[in-house]
Design a protein around this ligand. Structure first.
Ligand SMILES: [Mg+2]
Length: 163
């Protein structure tokens, strides 16, 4: 019953993504959440490590940011990396994900969504028919409403591991 929240791939961090396996699966585009996926929420700028990672990914895939955060946050993080980026994306709604994939020239089944939240990122990616990749949130210190969601996420993932 939680199927729409189950990621296809569950890994610790974006750096653990098996890019070769994704290419073999026919994935052409990667859509990234920012907060707690690429960098912690409190980190405004992209650091050297994540910049290098994105630059490497750009050689293999079309890449984009699909974030629910405000324009200011997304623009500042993206100022040097300059990915195609959407702010206030409205995840778990799939609409923006589908538009971004189309813009990048990838079908939903050729697109992977990478995020740290089941009820926004993964739900949106699954609804859109994309491959979904869940990463563990980088920073565990989160706002109370997100911590509550994390408890619910744990319950869903317990079920996921038992299937
Ligand atoms: Mg996030």
């Amino acid at each position: 019953m939680f199927k729409n929240y189950y990621p296809d791939i569950y890994i610790k961090s974006v750096y653990d993504i098996d890019r070769e396996a994704l290419l073999n699966k026919g994935i052409k585009a990667l859509l990234f959440d920012i907060d707690n996926t690429l960098v912690p929420m409190y980190q405004k700028d992209a650091d050297e490590k994540i910049t290098k990672y994105i630059e490497e990914s750009k050689k293999l895939f079309k890449v984009a940011i699909v974030s629910n955060a405000a324009k200011k946050r997304v623009d500042r993080f993206n100022k040097d990396i300059k990915m195609y980026a959407v702010h206030r994306a409205g995840k778990p709604n799939k609409r923006q994900l589908l538009l971004v994939a189309e813009y990048l020239g990838a079908k939903p089944e050729e697109t992977a969504l990478v995020g740290d939240q089941l009820f926004t990122d993964i739900a949106a990616g699954n609804s859109a028919g994309m491959t979904t990749i869940l990463v563990s949130p980088i920073d565990k210190r989160e706002a109370i409403h997100i911590r509550f969601k994390r408890i619910l996420e744990k319950l869903v993932l317990l079920n996921y591991k038992n299937i």
